[in-house]
Design a binder for this molecule. Structure first.
Ligand code: SF4
Length: 427
């Protein structure tokens, strides 16, 4: 008989944890990186970074593996200018946007993405977006957000992008029946699976962001939303300010997380428990079986997470509870206690959780602890490998479809593969 996992943010686990807070030098990507997965999701959108050559290099190299005849992102390079040259910059931006939209009539949604060179900071991109909206209305909607490394880390770029979209979502009628919205970019394959499970329970669900900008979900007091990604604090706040209610749940990583996440929706919408069991039993059992193979390799291995994507706490919960790994340190760039409540309750009491980063101090702790596996950014992986420590690039955990039952074993594989590689090298 299968069990339903109770979801309670009670006083168990790490609910009351006092994290080790560090505010020093950090080694993380900026929010521009989110463009890599966002442009694949919203297929009629274009992301125009207003930035420097460094920004252009970053997104090109991060997206380097993908060759598109017509990419859906680009950079308007703003070279060094003084304040007196700013009027020209606005004109130049207008010209670049007009050229782009003439060449690409398929674009329906254009994001002007801010970055951190001082010339860009001086520009008022929201004013630029408003002006572009007037020029290109109604064919194209133009919005702006910041992916600057000063204001955002890595996954916060998606949060900024979605939060910028929320005010333009259509309003649902005041008397509309409760509707479920899943918030956060998911790979299409994951979205299809989760939608399939929810629909078999009789639920209609909208995903935000959608695959097409013309299919934006409605929002209002009838909206109940589940977060699919843990890094969407501003987006959640923006949705709440439009009357939507957040359904607190663990994130859909691993069998337990996916079951509890689905259960939260099922409970909210009054799905009969029998039906819930019937819909989830088979994929759950398949995933449990696949995970048991991975557990043999990972059980008892000690893992250290550097802060990177805000996925660290749900991932730590998964590798500990479902794969038997021991948590040495779980670093997160930012700890959102409310969104993480169910996850913290599931972590073993006494887990060392750190928030923010002082990279030298954290490296010292890591080397002293000598974990079996370290999850970290690209910049730290090589130095750690050189010291004999096995690493996993955190960015892969963001770029790979990892949510839901069918992906649970693939997710575990992302942790076991580097250990297997290390064993082979040692043999
Ligand atoms: Fe670098 Fe800032 Fe451009 Fe990001 S936004 S690539 S941190 S200059």
């Amino acid at each position: 008989m299968s069990t339903v996992i109770p979801i309670r943010a009670d006083t168990s686990g790490c609910t009351d944890v006092v994290p080790l807070v560090e505010r020093g030098q950090r080694e993380v990507f900026c929010g521009l990186t989110g463009i890599i997965w966002l442009h694949r999701k919203i297929q009629d959108a274009f992301f125009l970074v207003v930035g420097s050559r460094t920004c252009a290099h970053l997104i090109q190299s991060a997206a380097g593996v993908m060759i598109f005849a017509e990419p859906r992102f680009g950079t308007a390079i703003i070279d060094e200018r003084d304040l007196a040259g700013l009027a020209d910059v606005h004109e130049e931006l207008d010209r670049v946007v007009s050229q782009l939209l003439t060449r690409r009539p398929d674009i329906r949604l254009l994001f002007l993405v801010g970055s951190c060179p001082s010339e860009v900071i001086k520009l008022d991109l929201s004013r630029a977006a408003e002006r572009q909206n007037q020029i290109h209305h109604p064919a194209v909607r133009v919005l702006n957000y910041s992916g600057s490394g000063i204001e955002t880390t890595f996954t916060q770029g998606e949060d900024a992008c979605l939060a910028a979209l929320v005010p333009s979502l259509p309003a649902s009628a005041a008397e509309a029946a409760p509707a479920l919205m899943v918030v956060g970019t998911l790979a299409d394959v994951v979205e299809d699976q989760l939608r399939g499970l929810l629909e078999r329970m009789g639920l209609q669900v909208n995903f935000f962001p959608p695959r097409n900008s013309q299919a934006m979900p409605m929002v209002g007091a009838n909206t109940r939303f589940l977060l699919a990604q843990p890094f969407l604090a501003d987006t959640a706040r923006a949705l709440q300010s439009r009357g939507a209610q957040h359904l607190s749940a663990p994130f859909p990583l691993g069998v337990e997380g996916t079951t509890a996440w689905l259960q939260t929706a099922a409970t909210e919408f009054g799905v009969a428990q029998d039906l819930f069991e019937q819909v989830t039993a088979a994929p759950r059992q398949r995933a449990e079986k696949a995970l048991s193979v991975q557990r043999q390799m990972l059980q008892g291995q000690r893992i250290f997470f550097f802060p990177d994507s805000q996925l660290e706490i749900p991932l730590a919960r998964f590798v500990h509870r479902e794969l038997g790994m021991d948590l040495v340190e779980v670093g997160t760039p930012y700890l959102h206690r409310q969104h993480m409540a169910a996850e913290l309750a599931w972590l073993p009491a006494g887990t060392r959780i750190s928030e923010g980063q002082d990279v030298d101090l954290q490296l010292d702790r890591c080397l002293a602890d000598a974990p079996d596996l370290v999850v970290c950014g690209l910049g730290l992986a090589n130095p750690l490998e050189a010291q004999g420590i096995t690493t996993k690039w955190a960015i892969e955990l963001v770029f790979t479809p990892i949510q839901g039952y069918e992906q649970a074993a693939d997710l575990a594989g992302l942790f076991s593969r580097p250990l297997k590689r290390r064993l082979k090298l040692a043999a």
